[in-house]
Unconditional design. Structure first.
Lengths: 81, 218
């Protein structure tokens, strides 16, 4: 089962891709403007940012699953004649 | 309806939020809302206080803030706990970080209504149009369409959710994370009351009422 460490590692891979392919990418975090490379570093050192990222990544996964289930349930009704 | 739009532009973040606010200004002009724009060098405390002393219904602020203040062009507070009585009986719509945590609660206590964020607001530059849509849609629902406080907040949160799914589908997961975080930190006092932090003293004061209500049940 994937751990928080695995999840952060995957997010870092995505950010590494952004750093290489989209150098103008920035995260605006309050008054800060961070490049993808800076976000990768911050994920190592900033517990609050790491916690926020993991919380909302997992939250998104849960909501995507809920959305999928709702779609299935919505499609399973008997069509009205 | 008369409004003030305050939008400083002084660092790497505010040029984006300055542009987000342009849509708000355009909507107001189309809807016949009279707007006093305090941009850049005019976005300072003295100007804001002078304009708020006039007959104003709506205060709009894009962008930086902290839990106690909304920040102007000179990086000083244009509104804080000392002068927030100026927002009593008015609507406030802001994108500022953290300001709903304390300033928004104080404005609400004074009879104002406050759209804002309890934590740091974030966005990414690969999804600017999506973030603009999310940050601005509540304004459209409430002040252009005239929907209720409760519905405007509910509909806006649904937009944030829908956009976060869209961003995941587009492979922009970090943008989706920011979108979801902003959604969860968005509040609208008085669509709902601020979350009260009950200390021991407040709980003790409520104890007789609780005991009385339990006796009533028995």
């Amino acid at each position: 089962m994937a751990s928080e460490k695995d999840l952060i590692a995957e997010i870092k891979k995505t950010l590494t891709g952004l750093a290489q392919n989209n150098s103008s990418w920035r995260l605006m975090l309050g008054m800060e403007s961070l490049s993808a490379s800076e976000v990768i570093q911050r994920l190592d050192n900033d517990k609050k940012l790491r916690k926020m990222v993991v919380k909302h990544y997992v939250g998104l996964a849960i909501e995507i699953e809920q959305r999928g289930r709702q779609k299935l349930e919505g499609n399973s009704g008997t069509p009205q004649v | 309806m008369k409004a003030i739009l305050v939008r400083p532009r002084f660092d790497e973040v505010t040029p984006y939020t300055f542009d987000f606010a342009s849509q708000i200004l355009q909507w107001c002009q189309q809807a016949g809302i009279s707007v006093v724009e305090l941009a850049e060098d005019n976005a300072v405390r003295a100007r804001v206080e002078a304009e708020l002393a006039q007959d104003i219904d709506l205060f709009i602020h894009y962008d930086h803030g902290n839990k106690d203040a909304l920040i102007g062009q000179d990086e000083k507070a244009v509104l804080d706990l000392k002068n927030c009585a100026l927002l009593a009986d008015k609507e406030t719509y802001t994108l500022a970080c953290l300001s709903a945590k304390s300033l928004g609660v104080e404005v609400w206590r004074k009879g104002g209504k406050y759209w804002g964020y309890k934590e740091v607001v974030s966005f990414t530059t690969d999804a600017l149009s999506a973030f603009q849509e999310a940050f601005n849609c509540g304004f459209c629902y409430r002040f252009i369409e005239g929907d209720s406080h409760e519905n405007a907040l509910k509909r806006a949160k649904e937009v944030f959710t829908g956009l976060s799914f869209m961003l995941v589908d587009a492979g922009k997961t970090f943008a989706a994370i920011c979108m979801r975080q902003n959604r969860d930190n968005l509040v609208y006092y008085n669509a709902h009351k601020p979350e009260e932090k009950e200390g021991c003293l407040l709980a003790l004061l409520k104890l007789p009422k609780l005991v009385f209500s339990l006796k009533g049940v028995n």
